[in-house]
Design a protein around this ligand. Structure first.
Ligand code: SF4
Ligand code: SF4
Length: 263
């Protein structure tokens, strides 16, 4: 009989590595932000500013062009507690609940790489129930992305990076924006940003070749978070009441599905 996937950190001794891996940063829908805020009592802007990051998503078949979406800082995730448990488990982001099932049934996902990285995925299969739940959850994620698009518009417009000078334009913008808040780059965010700017600028030529590589995208995430930080805060807080009303229904559905997930 097939062994179906189970998340079992005790069995695999994995130290919850998938919640620490900065190459698998979860994206956040507007509904995720709403549910985390309700669960923890944090304000949206505080979640985004202190725990936020971005996820770069490349449309299939596109080269050097990607969308920037909000995500969770992930090195490790700020909601992972000292016992390797998720503090927001019953309201965790959709990308977390769907990991790894949906990720692995997606065409083009890097299955071999995931299996090498995470022992729990080696040789596992997914039950039809798991795949069914993953599909339901994915529909909710799509609906919340459409809600964001309707209310917020394309706030994270597609970024195209054709050559090293494009890349340096973004690093310069991030440096300038961030320096207004932390001129000496001594906060944790500032140090991280500076390291990544130095790295990206030093490797600019190679970056253009490998921009779809998750490792390179990890270095770019703090740069785009710095660029969008205040802009996103302003846009989302201004529309928050409208968003909250719009995601109530999908949130009810999602929390119901989440409560019934036996894995
Ligand atoms: S999904 Fe795998 S790697 Fe992640 S916490 Fe569960 S057992 Fe560990
Ligand atoms: S929100 Fe929870 S499940 Fe998701 S990465 Fe963080 S600790 Fe892991």
């Amino acid at each position: 009989m097939a062994e179906y996937f189970r998340c079992d950190p005790g069995k695999y001794g994995c130290n919850a590595s998938c919640c620490r891996d900065n190459e698998s940063t979860p994206s956040l829908t507007v509904g995720d932000l709403y549910r985390i805020s309700r669960k923890t009592g944090e304000r949206i802007e505080d979640i985004w500013k202190t725990k936020g990051s971005v996820v770069l998503q490349m449309p299939p078949g596109m080269k050097n062009s990607f969308f920037v979406t909000p995500g969770l800082f992930h090195n490790p995730c700020p909601y992972l507690n000292g016992d390797n448990q998720c503090d927001i488990h019953d309201s965790r982001p959709i990308s977390c609940a769907n990991f790894p099932v949906f990720h692995q049934v997606l065409e083009g996902a890097d299955l071999e790489n995931d299996k090498i990285k995470y022992d729990c995925m080696e040789g596992c299969e997914f039950s039809s129930e798991q795949i069914e739940i993953a599909k339901r959850v994915e529909k909710i994620q799509e609906a919340e992305n459409i809600t964001a698009l309707k209310i917020l518009g394309e706030i994270f417009w597609p970024i195209v990076i054709e050559g090293p000078s494009d890349l340096k334009k973004y690093t310069a913008q991030a440096r300038e924006t961030f320096a207004k808040k932390d001129p000496s780059f001594t906060t944790m965010r500032g140090m991280l940003l500076k390291q990544n700017i130095d790295y990206v600028e030093g490797q600019a030529g190679m970056f253009i070749e490998g921009i779809s590589n998750p490792f390179n995208q990890v270095h770019m995430a703090p740069i785009f978070h710095a660029i969008y930080d205040d802009y996103f805060t302003e846009v989302i807080t201004g529309k928050w009441n409208e968003i909250r009303r719009a995601v109530r229904q999908t949130s009810r559905e999602y929390l119901e599905v989440l409560g019934g997930i036996p894995f």
